[in-house]
Write a protein that binds this ligand. Sequence first.
Ligand code: KMH
Ligand code: ZN
Length: 439
Amino acid sequence: MIGTSALLRMRMSAHDAHYGGQLVDGARVLALFGDAATELLVRLDGDEGLFRAYESVEFLAPVFAGDFLEVSAELVGMGNTSRKLRFEARKVITAARTQFATADLEAPGAAESSADLLLEPIVVARAIGTCVVPKHLQRKPRELYLPGLPAGPAPTSSAIVTPEETHHGDVVLTAAIVGAELTRDATPYLPLSAQDVADEAARCREAGAAVLHLHVRADDGRNTQSAARYAEVIDAIRRKCDCIIQPSTGGAVGMSIDERVGPLACQPEMATLNCGTINFGDDVFVNSRPDIRRIAARIRAARATPELECYEVGHIDEALALVAEGAVVPPLHFQFVLGVKGAMAAREDAVQYMRSLVPREATWGVAAVGQWQQPMTELAMRLGGHARVGLEDNIFLSKGVLSEGSAPLVARAASYARSIGREPADPARARKLLQLASR
Ligand code: KMH
Ligand code: ZN
């Protein structure tokens, strides 16, 4: 489907250096584009396919032995057998001496082995090309390969994304940094005090987050929706960063509605609006229809923009009913929360179907739980959506490796966004994308 991408990372070795000064020839970069195309075709069609033609190739910066290249291929057009791909190669690590070599300078004291991580990757080549997969070799319908994901039903043709439907602009990253269920027993990196939450918020902003989805705790770690505690935490955050603050009105399972709406007294820019009841692990997270309307009315009265939390397909219908009734007014921003035990699983076809139900002018994102956080948020970003990451939904960076706060998870999502040509929006840009200013 349009937006599907593949990403390779390779170190250029002395074998790749063809010219003087350890310079790598352009043909090597084209070979990497070929490999990225192959992976992408395997994902799409279950076949390696054939490269037919390049319509443009640009070499933009020199590549040397010792450089690390990140190579991306993205599907930008699709015929019966043809697949049009856009390629980009970016230098992400450079051998320190080669930087000086290009500037014709001596690297002062640089060891042969010294190398630098480039905070801003350097684009070294771009290309557009077409590959073909003959009809009889196409193994369709296929899911994107996501390790261990249960294969859902084949996507229907209405779920296929057309080029016009994708909008690969900036991505709004939300950091969910506290949550209501998480304990210090599960991870020592859970921020509890106002200062710890504010420090973590600033780290997440630095890493690329524009929105903070916020729960707060009392000093002993217990959940609270107290306006006073939110005010204290928001005040501490405001001293350190300019993120959009989105308090929870979901709170913790079992809280009353009056308790849950506590943070709206702080007049936040956004607030969550949970659009239905679900099994929540072994608990039930109750959002009856009258309760949803009560919370929606309180959000409107506070002049906050609701983020419509949809854990099930039917929650989108309920959100649209709220709009039809005037209980929620556009601009609409949906969050598909997937992978909660007892509710909708985190699967590609779920995202495809849910996004097909939201109005065209609405924005949407994905928040997925546990091991699904990374693959599902990356999928959302490929499909033109936004993404939420953070400890509230997932405490691990990889299997068995705790994330040291939410910022590393944000940084990884930001890096992925850039790798597919989408820039993480800063809060000012995010306010425009989510149309918060129009309220
Ligand atoms: N803690 C969950 C029961 C929200 O923030 O709006 C609800 C929740 C949703 O986290
Ligand atoms: Zn929450």
